[in-house]
Design a protein around this ligand. Structure first.
Ligand SMILES: C[S@@+](CC[C@H](N)C(=O)[O-])C[C@H]1O[C@@H](n2cnc3c(N)ncnc32)[C@H](O)[C@@H]1O
Length: 323
C-alpha cells in the first residue's frame, strides 16, 4: 500500500487552550480538546460555516464566521441546542431554574456546596460517590421527564447528571440512561455562559435536523464558505456509531469529492487507525487531499487510559494559509 504523506502542524504554533470554550452539552467525541489545532488549520475568512455533524457544537462555538449552519441527525441534540439558544438572552434565568430543579430533586450541587452525606460517601466510594448520592433523585427526574418528553429543561438536567453526559432512549422512546458519576459543578455554569455569549453575539445561527447529504444538498454553498465534517468514526465506538457503516463512509467521501469538484472548501476529522483497527477506505481515498496529523490523547471511556495507538487526522481540500 502506498505511503500517505501526513503533514504536521508547525511546532511553533501556539495552541492556546484558554481561547477555546467548551460546549454545555459535554458531548462524547466532542472536538473541544482538538479545537486549538483544528482552528489553526481552518480557513481564515469564513462567510457561512456549515457544521454538518455538529453534535455538541464545540466546533461551531469556537469558529469565527458570519453565519452558522448546525446540523445533526439526532433530533434530541438539535432540541437541546434550540432550547439553549432560546434561553441565551436570559441565561441567568435558565441557570436559576436549573438550580431550583437540582434543589427540588435533592441532587448534589458541588458548585454551591458539598454536604456531610456527600463527604461521607466520598470517603467510602472514592470513584462513584456522586452516583451513590444522586441515584434515587436522578431516577425520579428521569421518570418525570419520561412523562413529559417536551420538557427540555429536564432533558438538560438528565444530560448533566446522566452517565457520561450522554443521551439515550430505548425503543419505546423512553430516556433510559443510568445515573452518572458527575454533578453540576462550576464548569457547567461557565459553559452555559460561554455558549450564551456566543449565541448573543451572533445573529445568524441556524439549526437543522437532517441526514448529512440531504443537508449539504439543500444549501447553496459558495466558494467563500467552509464546510466542516466530524462524522462518527468507522473504527471507534460510541452510541451514535450505530448509525454508521462502510456504506455511509463511502457516501460521505462521494459527497466530499463532489464538493471538491465544485471548488467548495471542506475539512474532515477522522481516525486512520485505532488500536488494532485500520480505516482502509479512508486511507485509500484520502491520498488526493491534504492530511494533517492531530495530537489527540484519545481517552478510553472504558478504562480511562490514554490510547497512544490512535491516529487522529484532519483532511482538507484547501491549502493551509492560502484562504
Ligand atoms: C463525532 S460526533 C460530532 C461531534 C461534534 N463535532 C462535537 O464537537 O460535539 C458525530 C455526530 O454525527 C451525527 N450523525 C450520525 N449519522 C449522521 C447522519 N447520517 N447525518 C447527520 N449526522 C449524523 C451523530 O448524531 C453525532 O452527533
Amino acid at each position: 500500500m502506498e505511503q500517505l504523506n501526513i503533514l504536521k502542524l508547525d511546532p511553533d504554533v501556539k495552541l492556546n487552550k484558554h481561547e477555546i470554550v467548551r460546549s454545555p452539552l459535554f458531548y462524547v467525541g466532542d472536538k473541544y480538546k482538538l479545537m486549538p489545532q483544528l482552528k489553526e488549520l481552518f480557513p481564515r475568512n469564513i462567510r457561512n460555516y456549515y457544521d454538518v455533524f455538529c453534535g455538541g457544537g464545540s466546533a461551531s462555538i469556537n469558529v469565527d464566521a458570519k453565519a452558522y449552519y448546525m446540523n445533526d441527525i439526532d433530533s434530541n441534540i438539535i432540541s437541546l441546542h434550540s432550547h439553549l439558544q432560546k434561553n441565551s438572552p436570559e441565561i441567568e434565568k435558565f441557570i436559576e431554574r436549573m438550580y431550583a430543579l437540582i434543589k427540588g430533586y435533592g441532587l448534589s450541587h458541588s458548585e454551591i456546596s458539598v454536604d456531610e452525606k456527600l463527604e461521607e460517601l466520598k470517603e467510602e466510594y472514592k470513584k462513584t460517590y456522586f452516583s451513590k448520592y444522586n441515584k434515587e433523585s436522578y431516577l425520579k427526574l428521569r421518570e418525570d421527564y419520561n412523562k413529559d418528553l417536551k420538557n427540555i429543561d429536564l432533558l438538560y438536567l438528565l444530560l448533566i447528571y446522566g452517565f457520561n453526559h450522554m443521551i439515550r432512549f430505548n425503543q419505546k422512546g423512553k430516556f433510559n440512561l443510568p445515573v452518572g458519576n458527575l454533578d453540576w459543578n462550576k464548569n457547567v455554569t461557565e459553559s452555559l455562559i460561554n455558549y450564551s455569549d456566543w449565541v448573543n453575539s451572533h445573529r445568524a445561527i441556524f439549526l437543522h435536523n437532517m441526514d448529512f447529504e440531504a443537508f449539504v444538498d439543500s444549501k447553496n454553498i459558495k466558494t467563500n464558505d467552509f464546510v466542516y465534517f466530524d462524522p462518527p468514526y468507522l473504527i471507534t465506538f460510541s452510541d451514535y456509531n450505530k448509525l454508521w457503516n462502510e456504506k455511509e463512509e463511502k457516501r460521505l467521501y462521494d459527497l466530499l469529492d463532489k464538493l471538491d469538484a465544485q471548488g467548495i472548501k471542506w475539512g474532515l476529522s477522522n481516525m486512520l487507525n485505532h488500536k488494532d483497527k485500520f480505516n482502509e477506505i479512508l486511507y485509500t481515498w484520502a491520498s488526493k487531499y491534504n492530511i494533517y496529523s492531530i495530537k489527540s490523547n484519545y481517552i478510553s471511556r472504558f478504562d480511562n487510559t490514554i490510547k497512544t495507538d490512535s491516529k487522529e487526522v484532519y483532511i482538507t481540500n484547501y491549502e493551509k494559509g492560502r484562504t
